[in-house]
Write a protein that binds this ligand. Structure first.
Ligand code: XMP
Length: 607
């Protein structure tokens, strides 16, 4: 069965996946497409949505839109930048009118199918500098907002032409702060484009089982089983389609796993009754040798990725992969690039689309039954497959594992003059909160305006409630250049002397990190926080504090939905006390801290 579907044209930023996700929640299939895509490639869609963008129409920024798309005979809805593109294309004017940002009141001007079910006034989310200041002949205003800044300025917030079947909204219906954004998207895809709500998980499951049966024929599938949600759901799905006798599983321990992870994975596959053709390879030595004394994050990632491919290649040959199709638990965002979209900067390199695998894909030897799905949909599919929820709702764990949570350094150094100046500047910002700032002489990865940053963290010491701590951190990010993270010291003692020390990817350091991480995970479970918190990396940074060399341990609980953005979560005082006792008792820890950083400006992982 073919589903009615919508193309979401991705103009950059973080919006396109959000839009596609929201449309899919309405049971209509949405796919991400690029502005330069050809009309032929878009002809199967029943409607098109143009996303927002960091570009400015008023400055003539060219987002590379293939203008022929505008002459297609399907409805098109533009959001924010897309709204301006539509207005501009059909004879309207766009000007730099100043920033309209945040929650805003939308006033409906007329009754229109796009706004069906909305009240006369609605809360919407705005984020733009350019505005539509006049409309082309065929367009009418459907709604407006009033910008209070410097007098009451009118803004065209929703426009449309039923003759052309072109519509635009200046706000972001894909963002939760637009309270009835789903209604507007639903009106567009169902009322205006006429899409049927056929994209349901039950149907998807049925179709995938048929598709797997067809592609595998009387052959078999070889699947890499990491123990994560995606490969587990894929494994159960394959078994449902072709039976467990023809499913071969390989689990590689890269030595960068959590405490007892491989043993747990083996038990899990036993529980799922998928142990018949389960193969295990312990590659700890291979990985640690390959990583050696490397400390640069992207190089570490590349080494981990390449070593993985080498070991996988060798083991798969040994197990006779040529006789099977290669199954992968790749999900939709991975196929678009690194979890973000094609137009966004490669903030970190993920490694599930490496050349060897690309080659196998070309030969038609790869089968990826989850490649159309977002993570929430994979979990929904897992529930349909009756996989126990404790397996489906495990926190995500990155492919390079603890490799991105154990920071390495091959130099031992104190703060230089630049860092001392940065520290003074930070201190000025945080002293009104009763906090003391210590800039750490190490760097971690972050993201600002969709670009990768590699900057210094700052350690805040002092007593303040979580709200004040995050407020202080927010001000530091805004006001001090070169800081992309703030962590809060569990100890009240202000460090006097801090220096980075040498530290490599060794088994000893990894074992200590595994212990600390297990203490944190057990703590979250004990306080019923595991299911509320989206992910909680524990990170080690090699740092000497007041003459005590060791690991500065960072606990990073976050709330998130799709990992594109995240906010720092607080921990109850009792838990902090317990963590302090247990983690400090491990020995070798120079300080214990809580990460206060949202994403942006930090990333979830430190590297
Ligand atoms: P960041 O750190 O970029 O992470 O905010 C976003 C989400 O992606 C996970 N992550 C990875 N997952 N391979 C993966 O499979 C990777 O190389 C990788 N890097 C980050 C991270 O744990 C978070 O959930």
């Amino acid at each position: 069965m073919k589903h009615d579907s919508i193309a979401v044209i991705d103009f950059g930023g973080q919006y396109a996946h959000l839009i596609a996700n929201k449309v899919r929640r309405l049971n209509v299939l949405a796919e991400i497409k690029q502005p330069e895509d050809l009309v032929q490639d878009l002809s199967r869609f029943k409607g098109i949505i143009l996303s927002g963008s960091p570009a400015l129409t008023s400055e003539g920024d060219d987002p590379g839109l293939n203008r022929q798309i505008m002459s297609m005979d399907v409805p098109i809805l533009g959001l924010c930048f897309g709204h301006q593109e539509i207005a501009h294309h059909y004879g309207g004017a766009i000007e730099q009118t100043g920033r309209e940002w945040g929650r805003t009141l939308f006033h409906k001007t007329v009754e229109h199918p796009l706004l069906k079910g909305l009240s006369d006034k609605e809360q919407v989310w705005m984020s733009h500098n350019d505005s539509v200041t006049s409309l082309g002949d065929d367009f009418i205003e459907l709604g407006y907002t009033i910008l209070e800044d410097g007098g009451k300025q009118h803004r065209f917030a929703a426009i449309g032409s039923d003759k052309l079947r072109r519509y635009g909204v200046q706000f972001h219906p894909e963002v939760d702060d637009t309270l009835n954004g789903d209604v507007i998207l639903g009106n567009f895809v169902k009322e205006i484009c006429g899409c049927a709500s056929s994209w349901t998980m039950d149907k998807y499951l049925e179709q995938q089982i048929d598709a797997i049966k067809k592609q595998v024929g009387d052959g078999s599938v070889f699947l890499l089983a990491s123990g994560g949600v995606d490969s587990t759901v894929a494994a159960v799905l394959f078994a449902r389609a072709i039976g467990n006798k023809r499913l071969h599983l390989l689990h590689i321990d890269n030595g960068l796993m959590r405490k007892d992870e491989s043993a747990n994975v083996i038990n899990m596959y036993k529980e799922l009754n998928l142990i018949d053709n389960f193969h295990f390879y312990d590659a700890t030595v291979d990985f640690l040798e390959a990583l050696g004394t490397e400390s640069e994050p992207e190089k570490k990632r590349a080494i981990i990725g390449n070593t993985f491919v080498e070991i996988f290649d060798r083991e798969a040959r040994r197990l006779g992969i040529e006789d099977h199709l290669l199954g992968q638990g790749t999900i939709y965002p991975d196929t678009i690039e690194t979890g973000a979209t094609k137009r966004s900067d490669t903030i970190k390199t993920h490694h599930n689309r490496v050349p060897v695998i690309e080659e196998l894909i070309k030969q038609g030897k790869v089968i990826e039954p989850l490649a159309d799905l977002y993570k929430v949909e994979v979990r929904e599919l897992g529930e349909k497959l009756e996989i126990p929820s404790k397996l489906i709702w495990r926190h995500p764990f990155p492919g390079p594992g603890l490799g991105v949570r154990l920071l390495c350094s091959d130099i031992s150094e104190q703060k230089d003059d630049k860092l001392i100046a940065m520290e003074l500047e930070t201190q000025k910002v945080v002293q009104q909160y009763g906090l003391t700032a210590t800039v750490l002489p190490v760097k971690s990865v972050g993201v600002k305006a969709d670009l990768r940053t590699y900057e210094n963290p700052v350690l805040l010491t002092g007593t303040a409630d979580f709200e004040k701590l995050t407020e202080a951190a927010g001000r530091v990010f805004k006001e001090v250049k070169g800081i992309n993270r703030c962590v809060w010291n569990f100890s009240k003692e202000v460090p006097q002397d801090v220096k980075s020390i040498k530290g490599y990817m060794t088994k000893e350091r990894l074992d200590l990190l595994r212990e600390a991480d297990a203490i944190v995970m057990n703590g979250l479970k004990k306080y019923n926080l595991y299911d509320k918190i989206w992910q909680c990396p524990t990170v080690f940074v090699p740092i000497e504090i007041d003459g005590t060399p060791g690991e500065l341990c960072v606990v990073r609980p976050i709330y998130s939905e799709r990992a594109m953005t995240a906010t720092a979560a607080s921990l109850p005082e009792e838990l902090i006390k317990e963590l302090t006792e247990k983690i400090m008792a491990l020995g070798g820890i120079s300080a214990l801290t809580l990460d206060l950083t949202s994403k942006p400006p930090g990333t979830i992982e430190w590297e």
